[in-house]
Design a protein around this ligand. Structure first.
Ligand SMILES: *[C@@H]1O[C@H](CO)[C@@H](O)[C@H](O)[C@H]1NC(C)=O
Ligand SMILES: *[C@@H]1O[C@H](CO)[C@@H](O)[C@H](O)[C@H]1NC(C)=O
Ligand SMILES: [Zn+2]
Ligand SMILES: [Zn+2]
Length: 751
């Protein structure tokens, strides 16, 4: 009811008036008024200029006066200048607004359904900590009233944009946003101040220098959650014509037909019977020593016992027939993690010294990390890396797709981010001193967080540029790869490099498409010119007979990437699907994948599954997940290599167990081909898997277990029919600007 009224106000163009209204009486009036009454009230505001300051401040006057006054629409126009002339007066009113707007919003929400606050976010493990819209959105959309939530967002966004455009003092705007943040996201003013202050300068600049409006902002902010898709104007990344010879024959089965491995003895099996005695974690505040001599991992399976690649696929001699690629992502290393601190605080990140006192024993942060909003202690990452090199001594190269820094988004700084990235890269190098590590940038690496201005706009770059970040990461990458980074890395945070003969790795900075990157509102047409650059790189690779693996942080077909960018990316994939043999991303924190459908043989439609975007689960527990890592098997160095992904395996650590017995223990959770019954990892087999899962709930439940990395809280939450439908649809509907393949029920067979 409340919300309907608010929406109506905005629809009737009264919103500029609202800016000058103390909202005290709204608060009082809304519950009692019908829509019609309210509409007749607003015009009375034209009389505000004739009132003295005292009247404004007193609620009773308004209430009494308004009904007796007549309305003249044209008076609106005279009202505003008048108000701004009386500056003090204006300020007072604005202040009132900032004080009460959030409570109106909250009240509106709670009226919708007061019993929904316990509905938790369901895709909540992803990275949208920015304003916690995630949980709020889900709370609201859990009532089936997502539309209304969108309306509320538009209302607020309109006010904010209107404020900026009117040139209201920025301190007031900051106040307003802090209050909104406080009311809908975090009950902590210092957290909200930290988050909002970071953004303010660029946000004001963007709103004043772009045609953006509330609707756009909400479409971008809410992704696919009922507010439409953000799309300012259609654009197309230019593509070279298809080479005749480039039209691929149906892909052959991978050259090496590896039989799914069956000889695993997973740690899980020997789990309970294995004594776990000497694996005590470091005491709080004593992070790790160097990798050697830290602990011996006798309680894990002895090395001989563990899997290498499947028998017969590793050749002796120089060229390896199958390469092992370790994919690390989203470690979110928190140098301030404190064991026993409060894991249930009112901030985006807990388990640190400033998380306040734990209210009860169960609120204490675990020894090895915590399922709640907590990031990774160093000794957890150290333990993982030690486990990796012990059990996979034959890693050929490492890919690390960003988000190295913790989620304490309200008190980050450039300096701290750079220091943590340095720390993390040194840690990786301790364990992989002579193995190339290819990196990409996560949305958390920048400052302000999530902010990636377009380097091609010099006016923006000179004011808000990220040169410090791109220089810092390039420096780290250079050391980790053991070779110079191409200039594009320092220009825009992306690069292309020949990793093996015929195999090119292209690292994208997909944060340019992030829906929480405000710069998208300023320039949404190929930000960073990265897609244009990508097309050139792919064209060169094609001409040279190379194939390409793409790595990046945010998956282009994930909801966090705005739809038009994802669609353009998909056009690039169409053109070069025969060149792009693998795509590896992170950011979701869950174990997921997306299928790319390309045109059929007649060159139209989205008919054939031609590509897969792998979304690798995160190294840390944030949140409700088990720490994990993944090893991909890639067709190796031999004359007929396709460089296709042949298989992968995911390893996890049961965090409940680790904390309960102070005994961290990694186990092999699954191998894609063996456990998902995939004949190969060709796109069509992933497509068939989706169809099988839509018919076979038990198979889906297995997949879901992998998706949450076998974590106890994840499994406890479960995934019902609705959730299953959503999950499967997101896999096949990655390009959100093409018709859905998933309208009702399971995806239809045979497309
Ligand atoms: C609020 O939730 C309760 C119980 O969940 C339900 O009975 C009621 O109809 C809901 N009210 C609205 C307005 O949705
Ligand atoms: C994790 O470990 C705990 C404690 O040993 C155990 O109760 C739980 O079942 C384990 N979870 C899984 C998914 O194996
Ligand atoms: Zn992350
Ligand atoms: Zn991220």
């Amino acid at each position: 009811m409340h919300l309907t009224l608010l929406l109506h106000l905005t629809l009737n163009h009264h919103f500029t008036l609202l800016l000058h209204l103390t909202l005290d009486h709204h608060l009082t009036l809304l519950p009692h008024l019908t829509l019609d009454h309210h509409l007749t009230l607003l015009p009375h505001l034209t009389l505000l200029p004739h009132l003295t300051l005292d009247h404004h401040l007193t609620l009773d006057h308004h209430l009494t006066l308004l009904p007796h006054l007549t309305l003249h629409h044209h008076h609106h126009l005279t009202l505003l200048p008048h108000l701004t002339l009386h500056h003090h007066h204006h300020l007072t009113l604005l202040l009132h607004l900032t004080l009460h707007l959030p409570s109106i919003f909250l009240q509106a929400i709670s009226t919708l359904n007061s019993s929904t606050s316990s509905i938790e976010s369901d895709s909540g493990s992803s990275d949208h900590t920015t304003t916690n819209t995630n949980s709020v959105t889900d709370r609201i959309s859990g009532t089936g009233l997502g539309f209304t939530y969108c309306g509320a967002c538009r209302f607020l966004a309109k006010i904010v944009v209107g404020y900026f455009r009117l040139g209201a003092p920025s301190s007031l705007l900051v106040n307003l946003l802090v209050k909104i943040c406080y009311a809908i996201a975090y009950q902590s003013l210092s957290v909200c101040r930290g988050i909002i202050y970071q953004d303010m300068e660029s946000l004001i600049w963007i709103i004043q220098n772009s045609p953006t409006n509330g609707e756009e902002i909400c479409a971008l902010l809410l992704g696919d959650r009922g507010c439409g898709e953000f799309q300012r104007s259609p654009w197309k990344v230019p593509l070279p014509p298809r080479r005749h010879s480039a039209v691929p024959p149906p892909p052959p089965h991978p050259h090496l037909d590896v039989t799914p491995t069956t000889h695993y003895t997973s740690d899980a099996e020997s789990y309970n019977s294995t004594p776990v005695g000497h694996l005590t974690g470091p005491p709080p505040g004593h992070p790790t020593g160097p990798p050697t001599g830290y602990v011996t991992f006798g309680s894990s399976s002895p090395p001989g016992h563990l899997i290498g690649p499947p028998p017969g696929v590793v050749s002796s001699g120089s060229g390896k027939k199958v390469l092992k690629m370790l994919h690390l992502t989203d470690p979110h290393y928190d140098p301030d993690y404190v064991v026993g601190s409060n894991a249930l605080c009112d901030a985006p990140l807990c388990c640190t010294s400033d998380s306040g006192p734990p209210k009860e024993e169960s609120a204490r942060a675990g020894q090895w990390g915590d399922y709640r909003n907590c990031d990774s202690p160093k000794w957890l990452l150290h333990h993982m890396l030690n486990h990796i090199i012990t059990n996979h001594p034959d890693i050929d190269y490492v890919v690390c797709t960003g988000d190295l820094v913790p989620h304490h988004i309200w008190r980050i700084s450039r300096e701290e981010n750079v220091a943590i990235m340095k720390d993390m890269s040194e840690l990786l190098q301790q364990f992989f001193p002579s193995t190339p590590i290819y990196g990409s940038i996560g949305n958390h690496e920048s400052f302000p967080r999530d902010s990636f201005p377009p380097p091609e706009v010099s006016e923006v770059w000179s004011k808000f540029g990220l040169q410090w970040l791109y220089d810092a990461v390039s420096e780290r990458w250079e050391v980790m790869m053991g070779r110079p980074v191409p200039p594009s890395a320092r220009y825009g945070g992306f690069y292309s490099i020949l990793a093996r003969p015929g195999l090119r790795i292209i690292s994208l900075n997909t944060n340019y498409c992030y829906r929480l990157n405000w710069w998208v509102l300023y320039k949404s047409v190929d930000p960073g010119l990265m897609l244009t650059w990508l097309v050139v790189e792919l064209g060169k690779a094609e001409a040279n007979g190379e194939v390409v693996h793409i790595i990046g942080h945010i998956p282009p077909f994930y909801v966090d990437c705005f739809a038009q960018w994802g669609h353009q990316f998909s056009r690039v994939l169409d053109r070069f699907s025969h060149v792009i043999r693998g795509q590896f991303y992170g950011h979701s924190h869950m174990d997921e994948f997306r299928i790319h459908y390309g045109p059929g043989p007649d060159g139209s439609g989205r008919k054939r599954p031609v590509g897969v975007q792998y979304i690798t689960p995160n190294n840390g527990p944030y949140h409700n997940l088990n720490p994990s890592y993944r090893v991909y098997y890639i067709d190796g160095d031999h004359p007929h290599t396709t460089r296709d992904v042949i298989d992968y395996e995911t390893w996890v650590m049961n965090l409940t167990h680790a904390n309960q017995y102070n005994s961290p223990h990694w186990y092999h959770l699954y191998s894609a081909r063996r456990d998902l019954h995939l004949p190969s990892l060709q796109p069509r087999h992933w497509h068939e898997l989706v169809q099988r899962m839509s018919r076979d709930p038990a198979l889906f439940q297995k997949y879901f277990r992998y998706q949450v990395q076998d974590s106890d809280p994840g499994l406890a939450k479960g995934c019902d029919g609705e959730c299953r439908h959503k999950t499967l649809c997101s896999i096949v509907d990655g390009d959100r600007l093409t018709p859905s393949r998933c309208r009702r029920g399971p995806p239809p067979p045979g497309y």
